[in-house]
Structure formats: C-alpha cells, structure tokens
Design a protein around this ligand. Structure first.
Ligand code: FE
Ligand code: FE
Ligand code: ZN
Length: 290
C-alpha cells in the first residue's frame, strides 16, 4: 500500500482524533501533525480518551500508527546558544507528548547557527540531541534543509557530522524534503544518485520519512518556498518517481504543499498522485472555479 498523506491540523478540543479524521477525509494512508501550532510552542495536555478513539479509528482504516510523524515547531533551535535551554526543555516535553500519543517519530529542523558558525552550531545540536534522547522511546528525524540563512543540515555531510556524534543511534534518523533538497542543490531528476550518496554517507536505514513538495525556486536557490505538486521547478514526473520508488515503499510520504486560497489541496493532490497523471487544472479545481 502506498504510504501517502499530508500534514494535518491538531486542535485543542479534538486533538489527535481530529487529525486522523482530517487525514481520512483526504484519502490519506498516513499523516503528519504538529502537537499545536507549528509556529509557536503553546501546547495543551494530551487527552487520553481522544487517543483511544483515534487509535480505534486508525485501526479500522488500516492506518499504521508506527508510521505517523510528529513535527516539532520550527522555532525550536538547538544550534544557537540564545534559546538553547528553552529548546532542550521544550523537546523533552514534546518527546513525552509523542510517547503519550503513542507516536514513534518526531521531525526536527536541526537549527540555524545565526553567526556562531557551522562547527559550534553542530556541537550545540549534538549536545541537545544527546540530552533529550537520554530517556526517550521516540526517534528524532533530522530534516534536510534548504540552506536558507544559517540553516544547518543543508547537505548530507552536515547531517552525517551530527548523526556520527549522537550516542543512541537507534533514536536518530533523517527526513528528506524534496523542496529543500532542490533548493540546497540536489537535483531531484537524478534521485537515484541522491539516494546513492545518502546511502554511502549516512545509510538507508536512517531514512524514515520524506516530505513531498514541489519548489517555487530553482536548484541551489537556498530559498525554501514550497509549491503544489507538479506546479514547481521539480515537476510531477520527478516527484512521482520519488513517491513510487522501490527503495522507499515502507517510508511515509508527506505533502506540505501550500493552501490554494483558503483551501487545503491534499485530497486533490493525493488523488492525482494515485492516478499518476498530472492535472494542469488542479489549482482551478481546488478553488472550485473549474
Ligand atoms: Fe519541516
Ligand atoms: Fe519539510
Ligand atoms: Zn520547507
């Protein structure tokens, strides 16, 4: 079964149950969510009854809970010293929330060094990771970044330097993002080469999730602006090859493409991916004008 989904909402009153329902409404077979708003760290306690109901609903619909992804808020920065203590404390809490929800994977942007330099940035990230992974059952997936500003993780070498120094290798992995790869200089039309490089430098067993996004910008632009599937510089066929790649069958593929006006595009994008035929009118269809 194709493991495809998108990021979905998570609201205080409906919690994880609302997230599952939203994913199902898109025809998704997996999904990703933030335990609150992506851009802030305000979080509410987990409601066990909603977790139970969500588990039943997932079981009924053949959604494998072990493949669901949680994404940490993107303001968490382990690389810089300024908010380091807060980031470590928040991540510890976030890991606890994942455990309460029964989720195995937490995606994290490695961080931005903001002038400290890559070496110190990586050193900070490593010590933060080793601290939060001490008493954890949750695997942290470092996301490949676009290389915007002073972002760390814009190539496999930087990720390897981090992973090499993480003590508990069972609890560290990687989440690729096709838009970020493109923007940082990895050509998705040569995806087999990308996988070979990854396999040689880091190892395929570390790859646990892929974000499927088209890009508004050209190769090596270091921008990080996602585009709807097939409407960007990567293109539908190249993304389809990633989605249906033989070596990635068991890996969840998550869309983080932009809303079209106020509409979530995921139902239509997932349909198009399942049909394997690009629909150039998709944006108009999502808007309901076609
Ligand atoms: Fe991300
Ligand atoms: Fe992403
Ligand atoms: Zn992005």
């Amino acid at each position: 079964m194709l493991l495809i989904g998108s990021h979905v909402g998570y609201k205080k009153d409906t919690g994880i149950l609302g997230s599952v329902k939203e994913a199902l409404s898109y025809g998704a077979t997996t999904f990703m969510f933030y335990t609150g708003a992506p851009q802030n760290t305000v979080r509410s306690p987990i409601d066990e009854n909603l977790v139970k109901e969500a588990n039943e609903l997932m079981k009924k619909n053949n959604i494998d809970k072990d493949k669901i992804i949680v994404h940490a808020p993107y303001i968490i920065n382990l690389a810089n010293t300024e908010k380091y203590e807060f980031a470590v404390e928040f991540l510890k809490q976030e890991i606890k929330r994942c455990e309460q929800l029964g989720m195995k994977y937490l995606v994290l942007h490695p961080g931005s060094h903001v002038g400290l330099g890559i070496d110190i940035g990586i050193k900070n990230i490593v010590s933060g990771l080793n601290e939060v992974l001490k008493n954890s059952n949750v695997t942290i997936l470092l996301e490949t970044m676009a290389g915007k500003g002073s972002e760390i993780g814009k190539n496999f070498d930087e990720l390897k330097r981090i992973i090499d120094k993480v003590e508990n290798k069972e609890l560290i992995g990687v989440c690729m993002d096709t838009c970020h790869l493109n923007d940082s200089g990895y050509n998705i039309s040569e995806f087999d080469n990308i996988l070979d490089t990854f396999s040689n430098k880091i190892g395929m067993k570390y790859l646990k999730c892929i974000h499927i996004n088209d890009s508004k910008n050209i190769l090596s632009s270091n921008k990080d602006r996602h585009e709807n599937i097939g409407f960007g510089t990567i293109g539908f066929d190249n993304l389809l090859k990633v989605i249906y790649h033989d070596k990635l069958k068991d890996i969840p593929k998550i869309l983080e493409t932009p809303y079209v006006d106020k509409y979530a595009p995921y139902k239509q994008e997932i349909e198009m991916i399942k049909k394997k035929i690009f629909d150039e009118n998709l944006i108009e269809k999502i808007k309901g004008t076609c």
